[in-house]
Design a protein around this ligand. Sequence first.
Ligand code: PMV
Length: 324
Amino acid sequence: MKSTRAYAHTNIALIKYWGKLPGHLNLPATGSLSLTLENFGTQTTLSFIEAAQDIFVLNNQEQTGEPLLRVQRFLDIVRALGKSDRRCLVDSRNDVPTSSGLASSASGFAALSLAANQHYALNLNPVDLSQLARVGSGSAARSIFGGFVYMHPGTPVDKTGGYAEALATDPALDIRLIVVQCANTCKEISSRAGMLHTSNTSPYYPTWLATHAKDLEEATRAAMQGDFKTLGELTEHSTLKMHACMLAAKPGFWYFEPLTIAVMNKVKALRNDGVNCYFTMDAGPHVKVLCKAQHAEDIAKSFKKIKGIVRIDIAKPGPGAKLQ
Ligand code: PMV
């Protein structure tokens, strides 16, 4: 049986994307800047099957409902591009917790896109591959590439854009992202639902859109020039603005848990003691802390003292998605 396997690493946005353009293409309303991580990712194997429907197995469990539909809808797009009607068994393994704000959908749809590109002989170039991954999950477009990744916003008029590219940064940055898991639970509000609710009801959303491009431009410049302090400050600013938009929605909502705040406070205390580090949070309770490689072990040790933390990992920048 012909099968194709791919592995993609997760990525975490330093300058966030939150909000979509209208339409079915999953185009992001803002650009973003991310870091692909070495530690975590998704391995996906595609095999053709003689069946009426695709089958999706995640971590050895056959999926039904929305997770299955998302994969089937995605493969329908792949089949249209590849002029094929063949169904697939999609066998995926995540080494990050699923649906918890640790970017499992980013690595999941990036691995699926790369495997599907090969399996259905689509011959997509990196930009088109990134756009295909984006249709599955906005952040997946970034996991096609390694290291720092710059993602272009969608363009409202001609409905293009929404693709990522690798960013050449100053090697002197030498950074780590400490991933602090603050809960074991799945998130209650998907990022898709959260974005829609925010854009429909938050009075801060227009300001988020209006001020985003400047943050992205300055943070990108800082990463390219090795300016860690500016990059870190903008990283915190971007995540706090994104979460402020959600808090101001009607009704407001948040992904923070008490431990999320405890880690944020610790980061501020470390900074007051002269250790430069900066937090970022996504659609989940976990905190990711940007720091210099030489400080990572000590910072991680200080988080270990916070009672109730589930797990702490120090992640290096990681490579782009690869066929295996
Ligand atoms: O990839 P999505 O559509 O699940 O959205 C990801 C949204 C955030 O993780 C909160 C921000 C980002 O840019 O990754």
